[in-house]
Design a binder for this molecule. Structure first.
Ligand SMILES: NC(=O)c1ccc[n+]([C@@H]2O[C@H](COP(=O)([O-])OP(=O)(O)OC[C@H]3O[C@@H](n4cnc5c(N)ncnc54)[C@H](OP(=O)(O)O)[C@@H]3O)[C@@H](O)[C@H]2O)c1
Length: 255
């Protein structure tokens, strides 16, 4: 046992809503993982505890993320452009809120260039597995999320997914359904393909469950070179998923 070394993992977007769950869960498994986080801003670093293993860098600037990526075995990508609601929306007056992306932080820059930079840097550093968390809906160019803030977010995310699948680096692409901030580990998880789950009643998943799946993905060969949609049954319907090997064995799709 003396020469056992925990696997070195970096989670990017570690200050984000799912990223910080992944970072925390990984840090609880010191016997298995030597964990690093990457955040864009010092304040995000403080938010997740400010440890020395949290690097500050911007995925749009490849040089700034190389120190975090050097020496890791696996990378979990949880960065994403974040739409902001235009001020002045009043829920009580009805209507629809409008969204925008900040200058320079459009999906093209964050979800395409930013993810491409991470994949390129990881490949150059000899990273053995990249887990990319994306979104369901990418098969439909007219998906409403694409018109949000004029960002075409699903288009750019899918372009990055394709780039990863073509990179030659072992990968896992998790396309999550609508994310919920609810307790994880208590629902039956569902995997699918080609956005088929979007035509069912089960098209949401908790951020906690997405975080768990992205960590479990590090452990099973079955899920390498695979891409899949992820949702869950409602609570108390079905059997909570505990056997991730069995879940991953259901996935047949490479993209
Ligand atoms: N919302 C949904 O219902 C839904 C559904 C399916 C899939 N998804 C996808 O699931 C993933 C996780 O979503 P989430 O809501 O948990 O994420 P989130 O809270 O929006 O976090 C995204 C993170 O990316 C970071 N980031 C943005 N630009 C960056 C840059 N240039 N350099 C470094 N970091 C940068 C942000 O940091 P800053 O705060 O510092 O910018 C933020 O911490 C995303 O890919 C999302 O699109 C979401």
């Amino acid at each position: 046992m003396a020469d056992f070394k925990p696997s070195r993992v970096l989670v990017t977007g570690a200050g984000g809503r799912t990223g910080q769950i992944v970072y925390k869960k990984l840090k609880e498994k010191t016997d298995q993982y030597d964990t690093r986080g990457l955040v864009r801003r010092e304040e995000s670093k403080e938010k997740i505890g400010g440890a020395d293993d949290v690097f500050v860098g911007d995925v749009r600037d490849v040089e700034s993320i190389i120190p975090a990526i050097q020496g890791i075995d696996s990378l979990i990508i949880l960065t994403s452009a974040v739409p902001k609601m235009k001020p002045g929306f009043d829920l009580t007056k009805g209507g629809k809120p409008e969204f925008y992306f900040e200058d320079g932080l459009y999906p093209e820059q964050v979800d395409w260039i930013g993810q491409k930079n991470q994949i390129d840097a990881a490949k150059a550093a000899g990273v053995k597995h990249i887990v990319l968390v994306g979104s369901m809906g990418g098969t439909n160019l007219n998906h409403p999320l694409n018109s949000l803030g004029n960002g075409n977010i699903l288009v750019w995310k899918r372009k990055a997914e394709q780039y990863l699948a073509d990179s030659g680096v072992p990968y896992t692409i998790i396309r999550a359904g609508g994310l919920q901030d609810k307790e994880g580990g208590i629902r039956e998880l569902l995997v699918g393909k080609d956005d088929e789950l979007l035509n069912t009643e089960t098209k949401t998943v908790t951020r906690d469950d997405v975080a768990e799946v992205s960590i479990q993905a590090l452990q099973f060969e079955e899920v390498k070179f695979k891409a899949f949609d992820l949702a869950s049954k409602p609570e108390r319907v079905g059997t909570p998923t505990k056997d991730f090997k069995a879940l991953f064995s259901q996935i047949t799709t490479r993209f």
